[in-house]
Design a protein around this ligand. Structure first.
Ligand code: TGC
Length: 399
């Protein structure tokens, strides 16, 4: 018998659980990943290069804000969006991150909370990939506690002046518009329930006082862009505020969308690692036979396969809940925690099967492992999601 690596998605009939439309979205994303990202990703990761020219193609394919309706967005279902995230992240987490930041964070914020004028101004161009958005929530002291935000928005005549700093803001140096979350100094209570409510502002990045500087020295997400942002006396008109968001539930509502995409996306990175390990296990011989013929290797492959399949089935279940409008933040925490934690473990197991070759760029595994360290940290660390679940289980908040 000639050893060949089987297709893992044929072992467990996932396609049978998807509609023809969902499969078509999945296939378009897989083709884009294979034709546009995979041929260049190792070089881009090495060179710390983000391929801006692909953004329009993502727009043409309908992937940007694809789960939103109207304003040039595709109006696709949550499962279709998840499948696109999975296929992009199977190539590189940086590209799934791009789609998340643009669609789930920046566009979702405008779509959920924006005025009609704000939606008309920004969303069609963002859906087409002509305009890029970013989402400025996290501050330099850390991302886990947005309630400690120090960026402020002060009234100035009819408008606003923003001062503060943000960090780890994806796409900020490429962006045309930033969704900036700031604490409004509002003693009159006119702009929020409290004296210092958190509100969102749409900041054209050409506005004086807005600067975004890419963070260098990253050993993860090297083919994408994360920035330090400084807001130094940024003057905005009165209508820059998002009218529909008051308080932290505003940005958290967008984080829910992005975390949902990660539930699927991380399983793409995991699948890529498993495929690499599986192929190598039948082609690499040690002690006179393929390493995949050894029981210890098979045990690793079986465990990796079980977690990939479980993770995708969980993502699918959450997606179906989301399509029914029944998905809760605690359920999203289960998915984000599980997908990223298991994807990292799968990457580590795959690396061990690849042995020394596993640390090279001949295989995608170390790149995925490095990227997943970022994914584990952003959009709520493992610990944050454990605390969300701890609170849901006990009724007691431990933060
Ligand atoms: P608390 O301050 O008590 O609650 C504030 C309000 O928010 C509501 N809320 C949510 N609403 C919707 N969805 C959720 N998931 C929500 N979680 C909380 C809450 O009901 C309350 O509403 P209201 O109307 O009563 O004021 O916050 P909490 O105690 O519920 O939550 C604490 C904790 C630790 C869970 C929360 O702070 C948290 O999730 N922290 C992690 C934040 C995080 O994920 N940071 C990473 C950001 S990554 C990012 O910004 C983008 S990275 C991508 C890139 O740019 O590249």
């Amino acid at each position: 018998m000639t050893p060949t690596a089987p297709r893992i998605d044929a072992v467990f009939d996932l396609d049978g659980l998807l509609t023809d439309e969902e499969l078509a979205w999945r296939d378009r994303a897989r083709a884009f990943a294979q034709e546009r990202i995979l041929p260049v990703i190792e070089a881009d990761f090495e060179a710390k290069h983000f391929r801006r020219e692909l953004v329009r193609q993502l727009g043409e394919l309908g992937f940007l804000g694809m789960h939103l309706t109207g304003y040039g967005c595709a109006g696709a279902g949550a499962v279709a969006y998840g499948l696109v995230c999975l296929e992009l992240e199977a190539a590189d987490s940086g590209w799934r991150t791009f789609v998340s930041v643009q669609g789930s964070l920046a566009m979702s914020a405008i779509h959920k909370y924006g005025s009609e004028e704000q939606k008309e101004r920004w969303l069609p161009g963002m859906a087409a990939g002509e305009l890029v958005g970013c989402f400025a929530l996290t501050e330099p002291q850390g991302g886990s506690d947005p309630a400690a935000m120090t960026t402020v928005a002060r009234r100035d005549g009819d408008g606003w002046v923003l001062d503060g700093a943000k960090r780890w803001i994806g796409l900020a140096s490429l962006a045309d518009v930033a969704v900036v979350w700031a604490r409004v100094e509002d003693p009159s209570g006119e702009f929020g329930a409290g004296a210092s409510a958190v509100r969102g502002f749409l900041v054209p990045t050409s506005t004086a006082g807005f600067t975004a500087t890419p963070i260098d020295g990253k050993l993860s997400m090297r083919a994408s862009v994360q920035c330090d942002v400084v807001l130094d006396g940024v003057r905005l008109p009165a209508d820059a505020m998002l009218p529909g968001a008051s308080g932290l539930s505003g940005p958290f509502g967008c984080l829910n969308e992005a975390r949902y995409g990660i539930v699927w996306g991380a399983m793409g990175a995991a699948r890529s690692c498993l495929e690499a390990a599986l192929q190598r296990s039948v082609s690499r011989e040690v002690f006179g036979r393929p390493i995949g013929a050894n029981q210890l290797t098979q045990a690793k492959l079986a465990d990796m396969f079980v977690e990939v399949e479980k993770g995708i089935l969980l993502a699918l279940h959450l997606g179906r809940l989301k399509e029914r409008g029944a998905l809760t933040p605690a359920q999203i925490s289960v998915g984000k925690l599980n997908s990223v934690r298991e994807a990292l473990e799968i990457a580590h197991q795959a690396r061990s099967i690849l042995a020394g070759d596993g640390i090279t760029d001949a295989f995608p595994v170390m790149r995925h492992a490095a990227n997943l360290e970022s994914v584990r940290t952003y959009e709520g660390t493992d610990e944050i999601h454990q605390l969300v679940l701890g609170r849901a289980l006990t009724g007691l908040a431990a933060f």
